[in-house]
Design a protein around this ligand. Structure first.
Ligand SMILES: [Zn+2]
Length: 334
Protein backbone atom coordinates (compact mmCIF):
# COMPACT_ATOMS: atom_id res chain seq x y z
CA UNK A 1 0.00 0.00 0.00
CA UNK A 2 1.72 3.15 -1.18
CA UNK A 3 0.80 6.67 -0.25
CA UNK A 4 -0.06 8.64 -3.35
CA UNK A 5 -0.52 12.29 -4.00
CA UNK A 6 -4.02 13.50 -4.79
CA UNK A 7 -4.74 15.14 -8.10
CA UNK A 8 -5.73 18.77 -7.91
CA UNK A 9 -9.36 17.87 -8.81
CA UNK A 10 -9.49 15.22 -6.11
CA UNK A 11 -8.11 17.68 -3.60
CA UNK A 12 -10.68 20.29 -4.58
CA UNK A 13 -13.42 17.70 -4.22
CA UNK A 14 -12.20 16.78 -0.73
CA UNK A 15 -12.17 20.47 0.26
CA UNK A 16 -15.73 20.93 -1.01
CA UNK A 17 -16.91 17.78 0.78
CA UNK A 18 -15.38 18.90 4.06
CA UNK A 19 -16.95 22.33 3.67
CA UNK A 20 -20.41 20.87 3.18
CA UNK A 21 -19.86 18.66 6.24
CA UNK A 22 -19.24 21.81 8.30
CA UNK A 23 -22.32 23.48 6.85
CA UNK A 24 -24.57 20.46 7.56
CA UNK A 25 -23.18 19.99 11.06
CA UNK A 26 -23.80 23.63 11.98
CA UNK A 27 -27.32 23.53 10.48
CA UNK A 28 -28.09 20.27 12.34
CA UNK A 29 -26.77 21.42 15.69
CA UNK A 30 -29.00 24.46 15.90
CA UNK A 31 -32.17 22.78 14.64
CA UNK A 32 -31.84 19.75 16.92
CA UNK A 33 -34.14 18.89 19.85
CA UNK A 34 -31.04 18.88 21.99
CA UNK A 35 -30.45 22.53 21.16
CA UNK A 36 -34.08 23.49 21.84
CA UNK A 37 -33.98 21.68 25.22
CA UNK A 38 -30.83 23.51 26.06
CA UNK A 39 -32.36 26.90 25.16
CA UNK A 40 -35.49 26.13 27.23
CA UNK A 41 -33.31 25.24 30.18
CA UNK A 42 -31.19 28.36 29.76
CA UNK A 43 -34.31 30.53 29.61
CA UNK A 44 -35.04 29.58 33.23
CA UNK A 45 -32.04 31.60 34.35
CA UNK A 46 -32.32 35.19 35.43
CA UNK A 47 -30.73 37.68 33.04
CA UNK A 48 -28.49 39.92 35.07
CA UNK A 49 -28.06 43.62 34.35
CA UNK A 50 -24.96 44.75 32.46
CA UNK A 51 -23.52 46.12 35.71
CA UNK A 52 -23.98 42.80 37.49
CA UNK A 53 -22.54 40.86 34.53
CA UNK A 54 -19.48 43.08 34.60
CA UNK A 55 -19.10 42.64 38.35
CA UNK A 56 -19.47 38.84 38.02
CA UNK A 57 -16.84 38.76 35.30
CA UNK A 58 -14.34 40.72 37.37
CA UNK A 59 -14.90 38.45 40.40
CA UNK A 60 -14.42 35.38 38.20
CA UNK A 61 -11.21 36.86 36.80
CA UNK A 62 -9.84 37.49 40.31
CA UNK A 63 -10.60 33.89 41.22
CA UNK A 64 -9.08 32.72 37.94
CA UNK A 65 -12.20 30.89 36.86
CA UNK A 66 -14.91 31.22 34.25
CA UNK A 67 -18.65 31.49 34.76
CA UNK A 68 -21.07 29.62 32.54
CA UNK A 69 -24.52 29.88 34.13
CA UNK A 70 -25.16 31.39 37.54
CA UNK A 71 -28.20 31.22 39.83
CA UNK A 72 -29.02 31.57 43.50
CA UNK A 73 -28.82 28.67 45.96
CA UNK A 74 -32.59 28.09 45.99
CA UNK A 75 -32.97 28.42 42.23
CA UNK A 76 -30.45 25.64 41.78
CA UNK A 77 -32.37 23.55 44.33
CA UNK A 78 -35.64 24.13 42.46
CA UNK A 79 -33.92 22.82 39.32
CA UNK A 80 -32.84 19.63 41.08
CA UNK A 81 -29.24 20.65 41.67
CA UNK A 82 -27.41 21.27 44.93
CA UNK A 83 -24.63 23.79 45.53
CA UNK A 84 -21.67 21.82 46.90
CA UNK A 85 -20.76 22.32 50.54
CA UNK A 86 -18.01 24.89 51.03
CA UNK A 87 -18.49 26.59 47.61
CA UNK A 88 -18.06 30.36 47.77
CA UNK A 89 -20.73 32.35 45.93
CA UNK A 90 -20.28 35.27 43.55
CA UNK A 91 -21.84 38.58 44.50
CA UNK A 92 -24.59 40.37 42.59
CA UNK A 93 -26.60 43.44 43.49
CA UNK A 94 -30.31 42.77 43.92
CA UNK A 95 -33.09 45.24 44.62
CA UNK A 96 -34.29 45.37 48.21
CA UNK A 97 -38.06 45.43 47.89
CA UNK A 98 -41.03 45.90 50.17
CA UNK A 99 -44.80 45.76 49.81
CA UNK A 100 -46.40 49.19 49.90
CA UNK A 101 -50.02 49.75 50.95
CA UNK A 102 -51.43 52.16 48.36
CA UNK A 103 -53.16 55.37 49.44
CA UNK A 104 -56.57 56.33 47.97
CA UNK A 105 -54.84 58.96 45.82
CA UNK A 106 -52.35 56.41 44.45
CA UNK A 107 -55.19 53.99 43.63
CA UNK A 108 -56.99 56.81 41.81
CA UNK A 109 -53.78 57.61 39.88
CA UNK A 110 -53.37 53.95 38.94
CA UNK A 111 -56.95 53.83 37.63
CA UNK A 112 -56.27 56.89 35.47
CA UNK A 113 -52.95 55.42 34.32
CA UNK A 114 -54.59 52.09 33.47
CA UNK A 115 -57.18 53.99 31.46
CA UNK A 116 -54.63 55.21 28.99
CA UNK A 117 -51.97 52.52 29.33
CA UNK A 118 -54.35 49.52 29.23
CA UNK A 119 -52.41 47.26 31.55
CA UNK A 120 -49.17 47.22 29.61
CA UNK A 121 -47.26 47.69 32.85
CA UNK A 122 -48.08 45.61 35.93
CA UNK A 123 -46.44 48.14 38.26
CA UNK A 124 -49.59 50.25 38.46
CA UNK A 125 -52.33 47.65 38.63
CA UNK A 126 -55.57 49.44 39.61
CA UNK A 127 -57.07 46.16 40.91
CA UNK A 128 -54.44 45.76 43.62
CA UNK A 129 -54.28 47.53 47.00
CA UNK A 130 -50.54 47.01 47.38
CA UNK A 131 -47.49 47.26 45.13
CA UNK A 132 -43.85 46.18 45.29
CA UNK A 133 -41.42 49.07 45.73
CA UNK A 134 -37.61 49.25 45.76
CA UNK A 135 -36.06 50.59 48.95
CA UNK A 136 -32.41 50.08 48.02
CA UNK A 137 -29.99 47.43 46.92
CA UNK A 138 -28.60 44.36 48.70
CA UNK A 139 -25.86 41.90 47.94
CA UNK A 140 -26.91 38.37 47.01
CA UNK A 141 -24.78 35.35 46.32
CA UNK A 142 -25.04 33.25 43.20
CA UNK A 143 -23.25 30.07 42.18
CA UNK A 144 -21.97 28.83 38.87
CA UNK A 145 -23.25 25.55 37.47
CA UNK A 146 -19.77 24.09 38.02
CA UNK A 147 -20.27 24.58 41.78
CA UNK A 148 -23.38 22.39 41.80
CA UNK A 149 -24.09 18.66 41.76
CA UNK A 150 -27.16 16.85 40.51
CA UNK A 151 -28.50 14.11 38.26
CA UNK A 152 -27.48 14.37 34.58
CA UNK A 153 -31.01 15.22 33.41
CA UNK A 154 -30.84 18.47 35.40
CA UNK A 155 -27.96 19.57 33.21
CA UNK A 156 -28.92 19.38 29.53
CA UNK A 157 -26.10 18.90 27.12
CA UNK A 158 -25.06 22.01 25.25
CA UNK A 159 -24.65 20.88 21.64
CA UNK A 160 -22.28 23.78 21.06
CA UNK A 161 -19.93 22.55 23.77
CA UNK A 162 -16.67 21.54 22.21
CA UNK A 163 -14.74 18.43 23.11
CA UNK A 164 -11.00 18.73 23.50
CA UNK A 165 -9.03 17.25 20.61
CA UNK A 166 -6.96 14.29 21.72
CA UNK A 167 -4.38 12.24 19.87
CA UNK A 168 -1.04 12.52 18.24
CA UNK A 169 0.34 14.53 15.36
CA UNK A 170 3.05 13.29 13.00
CA UNK A 171 6.30 15.17 13.70
CA UNK A 172 6.56 16.17 10.03
CA UNK A 173 3.15 17.84 10.10
CA UNK A 174 4.03 19.77 13.25
CA UNK A 175 7.32 20.88 11.76
CA UNK A 176 5.70 21.96 8.49
CA UNK A 177 3.15 24.06 10.39
CA UNK A 178 5.82 25.80 12.46
CA UNK A 179 7.97 26.45 9.37
CA UNK A 180 5.01 27.88 7.46
CA UNK A 181 4.12 30.26 10.30
CA UNK A 182 7.73 31.37 10.72
CA UNK A 183 8.15 31.81 6.95
CA UNK A 184 5.44 34.45 7.21
CA UNK A 185 7.56 36.41 9.69
CA UNK A 186 5.82 35.23 12.86
CA UNK A 187 7.33 33.95 16.10
CA UNK A 188 5.66 31.10 17.98
CA UNK A 189 5.48 31.17 21.76
CA UNK A 190 4.20 28.26 23.85
CA UNK A 191 2.59 29.69 26.99
CA UNK A 192 0.44 28.68 29.98
CA UNK A 193 -3.36 28.55 29.82
CA UNK A 194 -3.71 31.59 32.15
CA UNK A 195 -1.66 33.76 29.80
CA UNK A 196 -4.26 33.10 27.09
CA UNK A 197 -7.29 33.37 29.35
CA UNK A 198 -7.94 29.70 28.64
CA UNK A 199 -8.14 30.17 24.85
CA UNK A 200 -6.17 27.53 22.92
CA UNK A 201 -4.11 30.13 21.13
CA UNK A 202 -4.08 33.58 19.60
CA UNK A 203 -2.40 35.67 16.96
CA UNK A 204 -1.23 39.25 17.34
CA UNK A 205 -0.77 40.48 13.79
CA UNK A 206 0.71 43.83 14.85
CA UNK A 207 3.70 42.22 16.57
CA UNK A 208 3.76 39.08 14.40
CA UNK A 209 3.32 36.72 17.32
CA UNK A 210 1.44 33.42 17.58
CA UNK A 211 0.92 32.02 21.05
CA UNK A 212 -0.39 28.56 21.86
CA UNK A 213 -1.05 26.75 25.12
CA UNK A 214 1.47 24.37 26.59
CA UNK A 215 -1.08 21.85 27.91
CA UNK A 216 -2.68 20.68 24.64
CA UNK A 217 -2.49 17.22 23.09
CA UNK A 218 -0.18 17.09 20.04
CA UNK A 219 -3.22 16.96 17.73
CA UNK A 220 -4.94 19.90 19.48
CA UNK A 221 -1.72 21.88 19.38
CA UNK A 222 -1.35 21.25 15.63
CA UNK A 223 -4.97 22.22 15.02
CA UNK A 224 -4.46 25.45 16.99
CA UNK A 225 -1.34 26.28 14.97
CA UNK A 226 -3.34 25.67 11.78
CA UNK A 227 -6.17 27.92 13.04
CA UNK A 228 -3.68 30.71 13.78
CA UNK A 229 -1.91 30.12 10.46
CA UNK A 230 -5.29 30.50 8.72
CA UNK A 231 -5.86 33.86 10.50
CA UNK A 232 -2.46 34.97 9.17
CA UNK A 233 -2.94 33.63 5.62
CA UNK A 234 -6.42 35.13 5.36
CA UNK A 235 -5.13 38.45 6.74
CA UNK A 236 -7.72 38.73 9.48
CA UNK A 237 -7.53 42.01 11.34
CA UNK A 238 -9.73 40.99 14.26
CA UNK A 239 -11.56 38.12 15.89
CA UNK A 240 -15.25 38.12 14.90
CA UNK A 241 -17.80 35.49 13.77
CA UNK A 242 -16.71 35.72 10.13
CA UNK A 243 -12.97 35.49 10.76
CA UNK A 244 -13.32 32.73 13.41
CA UNK A 245 -15.61 30.73 11.12
CA UNK A 246 -13.07 31.09 8.27
CA UNK A 247 -10.04 30.22 10.41
CA UNK A 248 -11.60 27.18 12.08
CA UNK A 249 -13.21 25.84 8.87
CA UNK A 250 -9.88 26.17 7.09
CA UNK A 251 -8.10 24.48 10.00
CA UNK A 252 -10.63 21.63 10.01
CA UNK A 253 -10.21 21.05 6.25
CA UNK A 254 -6.40 21.25 6.35
CA UNK A 255 -6.17 18.98 9.41
CA UNK A 256 -8.53 16.48 7.84
CA UNK A 257 -6.33 16.42 4.77
CA UNK A 258 -3.32 15.78 6.99
CA UNK A 259 -5.07 12.87 8.71
CA UNK A 260 -6.19 14.55 11.95
CA UNK A 261 -9.91 14.67 12.58
CA UNK A 262 -11.00 17.68 14.65
CA UNK A 263 -14.76 17.62 14.05
CA UNK A 264 -15.71 17.14 17.72
CA UNK A 265 -14.07 20.46 18.44
CA UNK A 266 -14.36 22.40 15.17
CA UNK A 267 -18.09 21.98 14.44
CA UNK A 268 -19.15 23.23 17.89
CA UNK A 269 -16.65 26.09 17.69
CA UNK A 270 -17.97 27.23 14.30
CA UNK A 271 -21.62 26.77 15.35
CA UNK A 272 -20.90 28.80 18.49
CA UNK A 273 -19.28 31.73 16.70
CA UNK A 274 -21.88 31.79 13.90
CA UNK A 275 -24.75 31.13 16.32
CA UNK A 276 -25.86 28.41 13.92
CA UNK A 277 -26.26 30.82 11.02
CA UNK A 278 -25.03 28.88 8.01
CA UNK A 279 -25.13 32.06 5.91
CA UNK A 280 -21.93 33.10 7.68
CA UNK A 281 -20.29 29.94 6.32
CA UNK A 282 -21.79 30.45 2.88
CA UNK A 283 -20.53 34.04 2.71
CA UNK A 284 -17.04 32.69 3.41
CA UNK A 285 -17.13 29.68 1.08
CA UNK A 286 -14.73 31.09 -1.49
CA UNK A 287 -12.30 32.34 1.16
CA UNK A 288 -12.29 28.98 2.96
CA UNK A 289 -11.84 27.05 -0.32
CA UNK A 290 -8.93 29.20 -1.46
CA UNK A 291 -7.34 29.39 1.99
CA UNK A 292 -7.53 25.62 2.50
CA UNK A 293 -6.12 24.92 -0.93
CA UNK A 294 -3.23 27.33 -0.45
CA UNK A 295 -2.32 25.96 2.98
CA UNK A 296 -2.63 22.32 1.90
CA UNK A 297 -0.33 23.00 -1.09
CA UNK A 298 2.24 24.86 0.98
CA UNK A 299 2.25 22.33 3.83
CA UNK A 300 2.46 19.44 1.36
CA UNK A 301 5.51 21.06 -0.20
CA UNK A 302 7.16 21.27 3.24
CA UNK A 303 6.38 17.70 4.21
CA UNK A 304 9.00 15.45 2.64
CA UNK A 305 7.31 13.28 0.04
CA UNK A 306 6.76 9.82 1.45
CA UNK A 307 8.09 7.09 -0.81
CA UNK A 308 8.45 4.24 1.67
CA UNK A 309 5.70 1.74 2.27
CA UNK A 310 3.81 3.15 5.28
CA UNK A 311 3.54 -0.28 6.88
CA UNK A 312 7.31 -0.51 7.12
CA UNK A 313 7.99 3.16 7.73
CA UNK A 314 8.34 3.31 11.52
CA UNK A 315 7.50 6.95 12.20
CA UNK A 316 4.43 7.30 9.99
CA UNK A 317 3.15 3.87 10.94
CA UNK A 318 3.35 4.69 14.62
CA UNK A 319 1.68 8.08 14.17
CA UNK A 320 -1.14 6.64 12.18
CA UNK A 321 -1.84 3.90 14.68
CA UNK A 322 -1.97 6.39 17.52
CA UNK A 323 -3.88 9.22 15.95
CA UNK A 324 -6.32 7.54 13.63
CA UNK A 325 -7.01 4.17 15.17
CA UNK A 326 -8.12 2.62 11.90
CA UNK A 327 -6.02 2.91 8.78
CA UNK A 328 -7.30 5.57 6.41
CA UNK A 329 -4.74 5.75 3.61
CA UNK A 330 -6.68 8.35 1.63
CA UNK A 331 -6.35 10.74 4.57
CA UNK A 332 -2.62 10.29 4.59
CA UNK A 333 -2.25 11.39 0.99
CA UNK A 334 0.28 14.12 1.64
ZN1 LIG B 1 -9.22 32.53 16.08
Amino acid sequence: MAITRLSSEERQQRIDEALSEINDAVANITTSDEWRNYLDWQAKFHRYSAGNCFWLMSQAEKRNTELDLVAGYRTWQSMGRQVRKGEIGFKVLAPLTYRHEKTELEKENDRTYAGWQKGTDGSADPDKDTEIRIRGMKIEHVFDVSQTDGPPETLPHNPLAVKPITGECPAKVRQALEEEIMARGYTIEVVSADTLNNALGNTQANIHLVRIRDDLSPAASAKTLTHELAHIALEHARSDPQSECEAESTAYIVMKHLGIDTEEYSFGYIAGWTEGNTQVIQRSTKTIQLGSKELIDRLNARITPVTADPLTSPSLHRDRQVSLGTPAPQRLAL
